[in-house]
Design a protein around this ligand. Structure first.
Ligand code: SAH
Length: 367
């Protein structure tokens, strides 16, 4: 028996019947961000009861190391006060809680700290407020990055860019066709090909075969350009972590997650997570172009693997300290968390880190 259509699915079918297939970016935006039926507006996505788990939920070590990184770049930037620490897509607030606890070890930094959370989900905002109640510093929520202060900003984003909408282009003959979502003969949502569209991408070459898929995320590039421009104007730094690829490539990376398992991206619109791998070379390009004129001497790092970043930041030493004096069982749990965060076959290689930071900054390994 077929599952009942979700409310958003019924609406999408009406929309497509009335005005034709929609592009993938529109489909993703509605599925994730629709104010009435979007996944992030209505669901509790993260954790054992949700659909997926993220690095800060695996271990406090992740947030603590990021807190140390942030503290160091803030000091290298001349300790601007207020210390505007901005998180994009803060989930349950766990990463910010761990970073703030680390920053608290430096009283001057903690006294200057002003937390900013850019979040679209009302449910997650409530969870963030609850989780950060014990952090006695001002917190401001923002709907978009546009309302962030015109001041030096210290930006962090973990698994944020992967939920911004993408377009996909499919090679057919000598041209690229946009991949669209339409209806099949039974009236169900189905992928199809739109008309040829001009795009600012390499024209099909010998490297690609018929059916090759090219992804672009103008929304991600625009967000990165805006953030980089803010940093170039006022100073600060940014650290962006996500699963994705460091060099441009071809392939379909759109994926849906429900109850910690992969699902069909066209099933249950609005009730499962939809993401795509992040194109770090496109993000780096957007950031570099936006900081060309930059009195604060900022630079864009190459994207490096999360495992390499965490190990260089002292993951093993910190894990050792955290485990000291703990039971064998607790030590085993810490070892498991370290594996999960840094092992190449787990999050260590697929996840990458990209930074915008002062070029004189001696902080390994992104400087
Ligand atoms: N950083 C967290 C959560 C990752 S899930 C962690 O690592 O655990 C993605 C987060 O981004 C959620 O908080 C989601 O609500 C938020 N989000 C998704 N799209 C957004 C958008 N367009 N603007 C602001 N926040 C967004």
């Amino acid at each position: 028996m077929r599952d009942k259509a979700t409310p958003l699915e019924s609406r999408l079918k009406r929309l497509i019947t009335a005005s034709g297939p929609i592009d993938l970016a529109t489909y993703m935006s509605l599925c994730l961000g629709d104010p009435e039926h979007g996944y992030y507006t209505r669901h509790t996505p993260i954790g054992a009861d949700g659909d997926f788990t993220t690095a800060p939920e695996v271990s406090q070590l992740f947030g603590e190391l990021l807190g140390i990184w942030m503290l160091s770049v803030w000091q290298q930037s001349g300790c601007p006060s207020p210390f505007h620490l901005v998180e994009l897509g803060p989930g349950r607030g766990t990463l910010m809680q761990d970073m703030a606890r680390t920053i608290q070890s430096q009283p001057d930094a903690f006294a200057a700290l002003h937390i900013h959370l850019v979040e679209i989900s009302p449910t997650l905002r409530d969870q963030q407020a609850h989780r950060l109640e014990s952090v006695k510093r001002p917190i401001t929520w923002h709907d978009t990055i546009e309302s962030l202060p015109e001041a030096p900003l210290f930006l962090i984003a973990n698994e944020f860019f992967d939920c911004l909408p993408i377009h996909q282009w499919v090679r057919k003959g000598d041209s690229w066709h946009e991949r669209v979502v339409g209806l099949d003969d039974n009236g169900n949502l189905a992928f199809g090909l739109g008309p040829v569209r001009a795009l600012s991408a390499p024209s099909p070459d010998a490297e690609t075969e018929d059916g090759a898929i090219l992804e672009q995320s103008p929304a991600s590039d625009a967000v990165m350009a805006t953030l980089a421009h803010k940093l170039a104007s006022h100073g600060g730094a940014g650290l962006f972590i996500d699963y994705g690829y460091a060099k441009p490539g071809y392939g379909d990376t759109l994926q849906a997650m429900r109850n910690h398992a992969y699902a069909n991206p066209l099933a249950k619109p609005g009730e499962q997570d939809l993401t795509a791998h992040v194109n770090f070379s496109a993000l780096a390009h957007a950031a570099s172009s936006a900081i060309q004129t930059n009195p604060h001497g900022l630079t864009v790092s190459p994207a490096i693997k999360q495992g390499d970043f965490l190990l260089a930041m002292g993951l093993l030493e910190r894990a050792g300290r955290l485990g000291a004096g703990k039971s064998a069982q607790e030590q085993e749990a810490i070892r498991d968390a370290v594996e999960r965060l840094a092992a190449p076959d787990q999050m260590g290689s697929l996840f990458h880190c990209l930074a915008i930071l002062p070029h004189h900054c001696p902080i390994p390994p992104l400087s």
